[in-house]
Design a protein around this ligand. Structure first.
Ligand code: SME
Length: 161
């Protein structure tokens, strides 16, 4: 059984270090990508405070398709270049959106979302695999420390997909 540690008193960098260690432990002996993404989404959703959605979109047939996630049911297909996810996927850059209502083309899957961070997952030779998408009901929820931490988690996953 997975026993979640009490991470409530950690600093943010410590929290993400702990999550990276837990994610490596959860995925080390498993090769199934769906199982690994499902556990990663659950780990993030239940350990990072003040989120309403955490999960994956994967590049399939030239568009992003919904993968394992935690939160409300979400849009299934997103065109490359559309919304926050499609823009992060197209540009291969992490997008941290402090107020989603100000992002032109934001796709509202869950009306509770106010801020969002999307981290592209790339192969070692820089091909897009998909994105890790994390949403919060709070404006400006994600800072540079969240970005650094989520990039580490997305990197661990990219090497498992
Ligand atoms: N808001 C995203 C769509 C995915 S949901 O947030 C889960 C976007 O604009 O791409």
């Amino acid at each position: 059984m997975f026993a979640a540690s009490d991470l409530s008193k950690c600093t943010k960098p410590e929290l993400y270090q702990q999550l990276a260690a837990q994610l490596r432990a959860l995925t080390d002996d498993e090769t199934d990508p769906v199982a690994n993404m499902a556990n990663c989404a659950a780990l993030i959703f239940h350990s990072v405070p003040r989120l309403n959605w955490a999960g994956f979109y994967l590049l399939k047939g030239g568009e992003l398709v919904l993968g394992p996630f935690q939160g409300q049911p979400a849009c299934i297909r997103i065109a490359i270049g559309s919304g926050v996810c499609g823009t992060a996927a197209e540009t291969h850059t992490t997008l941290r959106v402090g107020d989603v209502t100000k992002f032109k083309g934001h796709i509202a899957c869950d009306s509770a979302s106010r801020s969002e961070i999307v981290v592209p997952m790339l192969t070692a030779d820089s091909h897009l695999i998909g994105v890790l998408d994390v949403d919060s009901p709070e404006v400006d929820r994600f800072d540079a420390e969240d970005e650094a931490g989520l990039k580490i988690l997305a990197g661990i996953m990219a090497r498992k997909l």
